[in-house]
Ligand binder design. Structure first.
Ligand code: SAH
Ligand code: SF4
Length: 353
């Protein structure tokens, strides 16, 4: 196993233990290293003070340990922080840190992380979609976003911790399912970041076979499905994935997911002025989701540079939400955060790369 193949931040505790045994070291070293990397978020072997210098050297020759490079940080007036990060091969991704509720010291945090460089799904309204697909992230690179941004924030706030994790940054998580699942299991591990499994959301544009696979995983995360339109005609116009997996198939797979896991599904609906924000769509949406255990997140669309998609007025948004609630649906409006710093998916990398 060469140095280039194994990234210490993408290994399960048991994999580290086995690897240390292969190197002829005591297995408890594997547990210690997992704790240094995943819980104490050190950034270098030399910080692992209960390991001898000789062992530190040996590990540095056999395992990769490469924190992501911070290229840019933007801070919004609402506190949202957006990070542009560089991977080992020079490719760039984004992560967004959001704060909510409470006094500053009691605020809860949500980190939005990327799973791919770019995305092949080509949704019309999405800045990442416009970039096309470059490559999948490894589990270590997904986990790394949490570790490195935690490390960064801890310099200012010793108590800092990520409470919620959303796989809603760049890329389609279900096209990178094995690495995404591994990252979730590492980040949920009780000797690591210990992020509550029910506080982890994975968002998909609606890949039916992968939703079926996820249902088999027996993992208690929240599944979010980007719906954005209540009928095939409208959805085809903005989401090419709908031609392959139209709404009938998608909603059926969501029903099976709910049946199998016992969990609700969250449907995301980005409101676009004059496109999907009328009473006609309220009626269609409530018919489509009738009898499904679902939460609906209404998101005012964030206009990307070409300006083809604009958000409705706040009155129109409220009217839409109230009408959905009157139909008996559970709806929340996703707070708009960081719009002054291009915090929507793919916007920053798109404008800087
Ligand atoms: N690929 C996955 C997850 C990443 S995108 C998915 O599509 O679900 C995360 C969410 O941001 C999705 O709901 C996506 O539709 C939404 N999104 C993308 N561009 C947006 C924009 N310009 N305004 C509002 N939401 C956007
Ligand atoms: Fe990809 Fe999601 Fe953007 Fe669609 S919305 S292009 S699936 S990242």
């Amino acid at each position: 196993m060469g140095k280039s193949s194994l990234d210490v931040r993408g290994l399960y505790k048991n994999e580290l233990i086995d690897y240390l045994a292969q190197l002829g070291e005591k297995s408890f070293r594997g547990k210690q290293i997992f704790c240094w990397v995943q819980a104490r978020v050190v950034q270098d072997w030399s910080e692992m003070t209960n390991l001898s210098n000789t062992l530190q050297d040996k590990l540095s020759q056999n395992l990769r340990f490469s924190p992501l490079k911070l290229i840019l940080e933007r801070v919004s007036c609402d506190g949202t922080r957006k990070y542009l990060l560089e991977l080992e091969d020079g490719k760039r991704i984004e992560s967004v840190l959001l704060f909510h509720g409470g006094a500053i010291s009691k605020k809860r945090t949500t980190l939005c992380i990327s799973t791919q460089v770019g995305c092949p799904m080509g949704c019309e309204f999405c800045a990442t979609g416009k970039m096309g697909f470059v490559r999948n992230l490894t589990a270590g690179e997904i986990v790394g976003q949490v570790l490195d941004l935690t490390y960064l924030r801890k310099k200012e706030d010793q108590q800092f911790k990520i409470n919620n994790l959303v796989y809603m940054g760049m890329g389609e998580p279900l096209l990178n399912l094995p690495e995404v699942l591994k990252s979730i299991r590492i980040l949920n591990h009780e000797e690591g970041q210990k992020i509550g499994i029910r506080r982890i959301t994975v968002s998909t544009c609606g890949l039916v076979p992968q939703i079926e696979s996820l249902a088999e995983e027996n993992i208690d995360i929240v599944l979010a499905v980007s719906l954005h339109a209540p009928n095939d005609k409208l959805r085809n116009e903005i989401m090419p994935v709908n031609k392959q997996y139209p709404l009938g198939k998608l909603i059926n797979s969501c029903r099976r997911y709910i049946e199998k896991t016992g969990r609700r599904v969250t449907f995301e609906y980005a409101l676009v002025k004059g496109f999907n924000d009328n009473m006609e769509q309220v009626v269609e949406l409530s018919t489509l989701l009738r009898g499904i255990k679902a939460n609906i997140n209404v998101i005012p669309i964030n206009t990307v540079s070409d300006g083809a998609f604009n958000k409705p007025s706040s009155e129109k948004i409220k009217k839409f939400v109230v009408a959905l609630r009157e139909k008996g649906l559970d709806v929340v409006i996703r707070e708009e955060k960081g719009s002054d710093i291009e915090a929507a998916c793919g916007q920053l990398a798109g404008s800087i790369m």
